[in-house]
Write a new protein. Structure first.
Length: 285
């Protein structure tokens, strides 16, 4: 025997057993059912033991042929439902203003259900998180999210801050900023603004946004994005000072894709006109 390989979960101790034995100059194959690391990385480790004269190296090709999924998926759990932006935990919006929600979850989720008013009636269901909602009537609301897996196991969470919706006052909405600029600041694997973005190996592009002629006495900005010339959609909410410690994160841009951005300033009267659109550009590697 010229040596052997041991394959094992990456966060386990090194085993003393062989997964496949081999002789010098030969090609060997083996199949095993192997658990992955339990630390959340999902990795396996491989170590090689070579006897004298076995050669300077051994080449390994590792192929995944299947996996075992837990019945119904992991138990889901909502961790965060936070309306943004909210000063000192107080949220006031005008009717018709899109309210952006930061959200975070764990587990395997098959369905998201939302009770936007907090009355116990779930009026919106989706296979993906619903990140914004507009209230048509004035009132005091405490929205709730419920998550379910494929077996029906569920958990609920109320928003961390209640929302006070007041009648809109269009003449009092803030003007748009004179200009907006964006500077690429790097790649991250999660969004500091929205925990639902990221994961799965995604690389998110981050931008530091700055303004000239910023409107005064506002509560924040809604961010709208247009991809490849398509319609603008609400994708995030930013604080009024656009702090660099909380950059805007965007899912990866495909080569040649044009991404346009607009900001709509917010105050208690509602959302003002959007800024002139700018193009986001960043390296892909």
């Amino acid at each position: 025997m010229s040596g052997y390989l041991s394959v094992y979960p990456a966060d386990y101790p090194h085993p003393l057993t062989s997964s496949v034995n081999f002789a010098r100059g030969t090609t060997r194959a083996a199949c095993t059912v192997m658990p992955l690391a339990t630390d959340g990385s999902g990795e396996v480790a491989v170590s090689a033991a070579l006897t004298a004269g076995a050669g300077p190296r051994v080449d390994l090709l590792l192929d995944l042929t299947g996996y075992f999924a837990p019945a119904g998926g992991a138990t889901p759990q909502p961790l965060e439902l936070q309306p943004r932006p909210c000063l000192l935990g107080f949220c006031e919006f005008a009717t018709g203003t899109p309210v952006w929600f930061s959200q975070a979850f764990t587990g395997t989720i098959a369905q998201y259900r939302y009770d936007w008013t907090g009355t116990g009636v779930f009026t919106e269901e989706s296979a993906q998180p619903v990140l914004s909602h507009s209230y048509a009537e004035p009132g005091f609301y405490l929205p709730v999210v419920e998550v379910l897996n494929s077996t029906g196991a569920s958990a609920t969470l109320a928003a961390s801050s209640a929302i006070y919706v007041v009648p809109a006052d269009p003449p009092s909405v803030p003007p748009p900023p004179a200009s907006v600029t964006a500077t690429f600041t790097g790649f991250v694997n999660f969004s500091p603004l929205d925990p639902t973005l990221g994961g799965g190996g995604l690389r998110l592009l981050t931008f530091a946004l700055s303004l000239t002629g910023a409107p005064q006495n506002i509560t924040g900005y809604d961010v709208y994005i247009s991809r490849s010339g398509g319609p603008y959609t609400l994708v995030a909410a930013l604080p009024p000072d656009l702090t660099s410690a909380e950059p805007f994160a965007l899912t990866p841009i495909a080569p040649g894709e044009a991404v346009r951005l607009q900001l709509a300033p917010l105050n208690y009267a509602g959302a003002g006109p959007r800024s002139t659109a700018i193009t986001l550009q960043a390296p892909q590697d």
